[in-house]
Design a protein. Structure first.
Length: 360
């Protein structure tokens, strides 16, 4: 996240009348043959339904939709505070990665609630339904435990937080709720581990934490796509190159999430290209879940990065779909126009990518 923290089956049966015979042996034989044929057809149809293609899948390093590779362009969204989504249609937004800042109180279903911080929270199912009505995939991502600054997930070591076990319980409930809704992808954590590894981070810790969280979801029978973040508050993909393929072994529909801020936007384009090439060589499925022009007070230009990933057909989400021309990362002004205010024309830049032809 940018440095500013938001607290806040039917079977068709065609029987020709020519087979409806008298009490002859031939007629009886034909009727038995028809019955056997229909029985076999029914068995095949049921078997086919049980093995139908899951609408969204990860194959190799690509995202597939209905068995076709796709590039998806999305944005981070704040629909938890005001469920909607039709305003994204004119930009052709494919994914809404939803900020869930108060996982502890966030309702799954039912009515809007007033949380302990004075914020009105829309239920997750309501948010998902709204995105679905606009043909949009939803990524549900936990950003904070109770909506306060002290429990923001970014920069923390998951298993050492006091809400670790409670979060696992919440992820389990999310997985159960959305088990038959394949357009709902679940992310296990937002931006784990300190940016400079001063917390004692190792790749083995990442493997242990992420395996635990993925297992929580898969043990419910949920086979939707799961997003797994990388290290150093989401920006360091070296753990994926080191451990990614072994982590994927025995798992399905895992998509790694990388965030592109300083560590990606302030390097030479040639270095950026080599890093993207290494991910491709290692056959790692990635989505760049966040990128934007401002982070930690540093103004950056995402143009070269967006061009590079688009050329490779990689998927990405911007930070952030927000109507606020005073926020450099906001894609929109208060009037709903692209926000190009002192942010390297971020609004126009990302809108152009959204409206471009996808390149799977």
């Amino acid at each position: 996240m940018a440095n500013s923290v938001i607290i806040v089956s039917s079977i068709n049966k065609h029987i020709s009348p020519v087979f409806v015979c008298s009490n002859s042996v031939q007629g009886t034989f034909l009727l038995l043959l028809i019955s056997l044929t229909l029985f076999c057809s029914c068995k095949k149809a049921v078997s086919g339904n049980n093995n139908q293609i899951w609408p969204y899948q990860i194959k190799g390093n690509k995202i597939y939709s209905n068995n076709q590779p796709v590039e998806l362009i999305g944005t981070n969204a704040l629909h938890v505070f005001s469920a909607g989504g039709s305003d994204m249609n004119s930009w052709h937004i494919d994914i809404a990665r939803e900020f869930i800042g108060n996982v502890k109180q966030e309702p799954l279903t039912g009515n809007v609630i007033l949380d302990a911080n004075g914020s009105y929270l829309y239920p997750l199912q309501t948010i998902v339904d709204s995105n679905r009505a606009n043909n949009r995939i939803t990524i549900l991502c936990p950003f904070g435990w109770d909506g306060t600054a002290s429990t923001v997930f970014s920069g923390t070591m998951p298993a050492k937080t006091y809400w670790w076990n409670n979060l696992k319980n919440q992820l389990q409930q999310w997985a159960i709720q959305f088990v038959d809704q394949p357009d709902v992808w679940l992310e296990v954590w937002n931006e784990p581990y300190n940016y400079n590894r001063s917390d004692g981070y190792t790749d083995d810790i990442w493997v242990s934490d992420m395996n635990t969280l993925v297992s929580v979801i898969r043990n419910t029978g949920n086979k939707n796509i799961i997003l797994v973040p990388c290290a150093e508050q989401g920006q360091d993909e070296s753990v994926l190159n080191n451990k990614g393929q072994s982590f994927l072994s025995g798992k399905s529909n895992i998509l790694f999430d990388i965030h592109a801020y300083e560590d990606w936007l302030l390097i030479p384009v040639t270095q950026m290209g080599s890093r993207l090439k290494e991910l491709e060589t290692n056959d790692l499925p990635v989505l760049f879940g966040e990128t934007g022009p401002m982070n930690a007070g540093v103004l950056m230009n995402p143009a070269a990065f967006l061009d590079s990933i688009h050329q490779q057909g990689l998927s990405a989400c911007a930070w952030v779909w927000k109507y606020d021309s005073t926020d450099a990362d906001a894609l929109l002004t208060q009037q709903g126009l692209p926000n190009n205010n002192a942010n390297n024309d971020w609004g126009n830049l990302y809108k152009a990518l959204c409206l471009s032809i996808r390149n799977p």
